[in-house]
Design a protein around this ligand. Structure first.
Ligand SMILES: [Zn+2]
Ligand SMILES: [Zn+2]
Length: 287
């Protein structure tokens, strides 16, 4: 990581941003803006975690007709906890976010980047998929919150949200708001130096896992850690193609377990951790 990246991550780690870039790119310390970022060292990279609101308890009905007895057997006395996170890291001198949360006035983005402040904006957003809890933070009303940022999103995901029946969705609005700054990609391409986009379709038609040397950002490959590692056949109602989602979930969890590479999930209460194979299903070991 270069010196700029280190300074930015350090400031995030301290819980406030006191860094903003002048027009010539030089970095100054200055304006203080509280931010709820939690940095985690993963291999050689630092991933900052931004959490929206408090974790909440999901109902078994979220998993449709998946047998309640199997849910109870898997979670025991635990609850079906769901949280909402998005993430950032620095690579090649660029501030890169993975997803953007729901946005709104309580979003960590509001504190990190207050309107009219000169704090340097993110350079890029890697969008795992177009559900609103991942893309909403890109917007301020109907306008782009970060007009200079590039928004990377897979071609099948763009195609899905571009369909006539989705044209009034907030996702279509966000995509339209960023216009030429939207960067469509194919799977298995290096979207930024050292960052690869991989196919995780099933949850949505263009769901993406972003891979770095140190970690897999898995988006909504699974939602409730307490249940779906043990029972990867359980699909949250948000999974659009249930059979596809199950197949992807199993394939990715097997791969992560085999490689020992940590995963980062958007909805786990502890979002970073390693996957282990179990007698039945998998085990998640949070970092
Ligand atoms: Zn989703
Ligand atoms: Zn989500």
């Amino acid at each position: 990581m270069n010196i700029y990246g280190r300074v930015w991550m350090t400031m995030m780690a301290m819980g406030f941003a006191a860094v903003f870039a002048r027009a010539d790119g030089e970095i100054e310390q200055g304006q203080k803006a509280e931010a709820r970022a939690r940095p985690v060292e993963v291999g050689e990279m630092t991933v900052s975690i931004y959490t929206e609101g408090e974790p909440r308890v999901a109902q078994p009905s979220l998993f449709g007709d998946f047998p309640k007895t199997e849910i109870e057997a898997a979670i025991g006395s635990n609850k079906l906890m769901l949280a909402t996170h998005f993430f950032s890291f620095v690579t090649d001198g660029k501030i890169v976010f993975v997803d953007s949360g729901t946005g709104g006035k309580d979003s960590p983005l509001q504190r990190l980047f207050p309107p009219r402040s000169r704090i340097r904006h993110p350079d890029a957003f890697l969008i795992t998929h177009g559900h609103f809890d991942h893309i909403g933070g890109l917007l301020l009303g109907d306008a782009p919150r970060f007009p200079g940022a590039k928004v990377y999103i897979s071609k099948p995901e763009l195609e899905h949200w571009g369909k006539e029946e989705n044209k009034d969705s907030p996702t279509a609005k966000a995509i339209a708001a960023y216009g030429a700054n939207v960067v469509p990609f194919d799977f298995d391409t290096e979207v930024l130096p050292g960052v690869w986009a991989r196919d995780a379709s099933g949850h949505t038609p263009g769901s993406t896992v972003f891979e770095t040397q140190d970690v897999y950002f898995v988006g909504d490959l699974l939602h409730v850690a307490a249940l779906q590692f043990a029972k990867p056949d359980a699909c949250a109602s948000y999974d659009m193609d249930k059979d596809g989602a199950i197949a992807m979930r199993k394939a990715w969890l097997s791969k992560a377990a085999r490689e020992g590479k940590p995963i980062v999930g958007a909805h786990f209460t502890s979002p970073v951790g390693c996957v282990r194979e179990a007698k039945e299903g998998f085990i998640f070991v949070p970092q």
